[in-house]
Design a protein around this ligand. Sequence first.
Ligand code: HPA
Length: 291
Amino acid sequence: MYAPTPRTTVNDHFHAAESAAQFVLTQASLRPRVGLVLGSGLGGFADSLSEAVRIPYARIPAFPRSTAIGHAGQMVIGKVGGVVVAAMQGRVHLYEGYSAQEVAFPMRVFGRMGIRAVILTNAAGGIDLSYQQGALVLIRDHINLQGQNPLTGPNHERLGPRFPDMTQAYAKSYREFAQEEGQKLAMTLHEGVYVALLGPSYETPAEIRYLRTIGADLVGMSTVGEVIAARHMGIKVLAISCVTNMAAGILDQTLSHAEVLETAERVRGQFEALLRAVLPRIFQDVDVVQA
Ligand code: HPA
């Protein structure tokens, strides 16, 4: 079996991200400053972008393709109001068999495209008993129980430092923007700690009791690898979970992906209104930083 050395891999990874970014930028005349990653059942937002250019992942060199149902698999560059964004309509997951580096690759491409802030969305199970199905939760911190990290192997200094700080992984100022805009929209936004597991099986009730004990409010199978890669590159992060179901064992019912997609669809309008309201605030922030 072909096994590249770690050094070759990291260089290839850097150059592959660079080539993919250059390719994407040749496809669109708009220059996105903010990136969006749209999770399970939440990809519809990208359909509403104006002056949109759609680039299937299959056309982007080295880009991983999503296999999960509910994930379209294309990058859409377009405008939301006056803000130019690059939206990933669908992401890839470790449970699909991708490596942590592959899962983080789109974030690397965002970074090399010049994106300085991202909004990540996901579907999650609610562990905090005060949540209800359909609630929107701003992630304020995470616990990585995936047993993997996209930064293992040799570090590429042009991407970021060997040991990146994670004390403010989820920008407090961005959560404040979201809270302010949510209030104007009469939405209640919770804040919570997201724990990521490998999946694809849902958790057992015993695992959920354990996760609550260690301080988790939400559980899912994505996001943390992308956030680690983003922070490595100094990209600021806002992450929002939709509680598509209460976690295993909380209610007297089984979990299903159909329920996840149904709930995501039900709150889609609220979710999109929030994204629309928050994007100009985040854009202003990255614009000021650049000036
Ligand atoms: N567990 C893990 N991932 C999820 C869940 C869940 O309950 N709901 C949506 N994604």
